[in-house]
Design a protein around this ligand. Structure first.
Ligand SMILES: [Zn+2]
Ligand SMILES: [Zn+2]
Length: 384
């Protein structure tokens, strides 16, 4: 798949050299509504006309506001709602020759909100559901991902940093769904993608202005560009969170995110439940013990007596916003107070810190180099 994408990049680069300077048209194949078992849906063009091709033959032309209805019938797709008689097919493609054209999909079973996409569409039956693949221009895909992962209303320089992260992820994970007929899914498993941009936020420009740029580590490899909402003042090293330590994912003291919305949180938990949970973890603690603990810097383990347990495990089981927290024990009270910093796993780029850096005039390369130690930012074509 990487070869297919890259060969498109390469071929188009030749065309660009020959004819004009235009953004790369390399396409990405994304499985959309990937987490849902869709068995019926409607498709309608938002902008421009589309061709509907069923089992290799042109079935009809779909104009703005026309509606195509597709449902699963055993191993086939039942298609109706367009000129001509309804029919059953193995594969249905909906495509336009104009990249800026867009269409909406609204799943009917299960019933969901409609979502608008650029590019083409390929439908078939797979695992007893309708497989919906959106083949879309790389930059239009990345713009949708940046919006879904970072929201609207931030500065362009922040979006440039996020664009390089999402592009690095894209190229580093093109084989993630190899064998399933697409490159990436639209869920957290790969990168969240909800179709085309909804806000006028400068994201499309940020993606184009960083066109082709990705991050590599010391051995020239594409980095695992992890990010999170807020680190609480210090990022986590990857080795503390996962088994594999990456030299570019080192703990960084972050002065930028401390006054941002995700910087702090607190929650009270029931002392008896805490004691019961510790017992479940194999620690038979005294009921009157003092559970207080403090992380002035991020630590891996919560320790009590001779017992230790990863803060990450506590975070996961108690659904805390981060693993960077103190426990205050008023002594004899029925509750413990958890005072935490940050939001998310804490590894890699801190989005709220990066937004603050952008607001203070730092460019996207400075932002990325602050959070990812020792990385190089290069054009992806230089890798191959
Ligand atoms: Zn995935
Ligand atoms: Zn931070």
């Amino acid at each position: 798949m990487r070869m297919r994408l890259l060969s498109r990049v390469f071929i188009f680069s030749l065309l660009v050299l020959q004819f004009s300077r235009m953004p790369s048209p390399a396409n990405v194949r994304v499985s959309i509504f990937n987490g849902y078992s869709v068995s019926a849906l409607v498709i309608s063009p938002d902008k421009g006309d589309f061709n509907v091709v069923a089992d290799g033959r042109l079935l009809s032309r779909l104009e703005e506001n026309d509606i195509l209805y597709i449902s699963r019938k055993g191993d086939l797709l039942f298609v109706s709602g367009v000129s001509g008689s309804p029919g059953e097919f193995e594969k249905v493609a909906v495509y336009s020759s104009v990249p800026g054209n867009s269409f909406s999909i609204r799943p009917v079973r299960p019933s969901m909100e409609k979502v608008s996409y650029h590019g083409h569409l390929e439908l078939s039956i797979s695992y007893e559901r309708i497989s919906i693949i959106n083949e879309v221009d790389e930059n239009l895909y990345l713009a949708g991902v940046v919006e879904a992962e970072a929201g609207t209303g931030a500065r362009r320089m922040f979006y440039k940093a996020q664009s390089v992260i999402c592009r690095t992820y894209l190229y580093g994970n093109l084989y993630r769904h190899a064998g399933e007929g697409f490159d990436l899914c639209d869920e957290v498993h790969c990168q969240v993608y909800h179709g085309r941009l909804t806000g006028n936020s400068g994201i499309a420009g940020a993606v184009e202005e960083t066109g082709g740029l990705v991050m590599t580590g010391s051995e020239g490899e594409l980095v695992n560009a992890l990010f999170h909402a807020n680190c609480g003042g210090e990022t986590s090293g990857s080795g503390e969170v996962w088994l594999t330590a990456r030299p570019y994912l080192r703990p960084v003291t972050d002065p930028w995110c401390r006054n941002r919305p995700g910087a702090s949180w607190q929650v009270r938990i029931d002392r008896e439940k805490w004691i019961a949970w510790l017992a479940g973890m194999g620690y038979q603690s005294a009921a009157k013990a003092d559970f207080a603990s403090r992380q002035t810097r991020r630590e891996v383990y919560y320790r009590h007596g001779g017992f230790s347990i990863p803060y990450r495990k506590i975070r996961a089981d108690w659904n805390f916003r981060s693993s960077f927290f103190d426990i205050e024990d008023p002594g004899g009270g029925r509750q413990l107070l958890i005072r935490g910093r940050g939001y998310g796993h804490g590894v890699g780029l801190c989005q709220e810190g990066a937004m603050e850096m952008a607001a203070r005039g730092h460019n996207f390369m400075e932002i990325l180099q602050f959070y990812y130690t020792g990385i190089t930012i290069i054009d992806v074509e230089k890798l191959f």
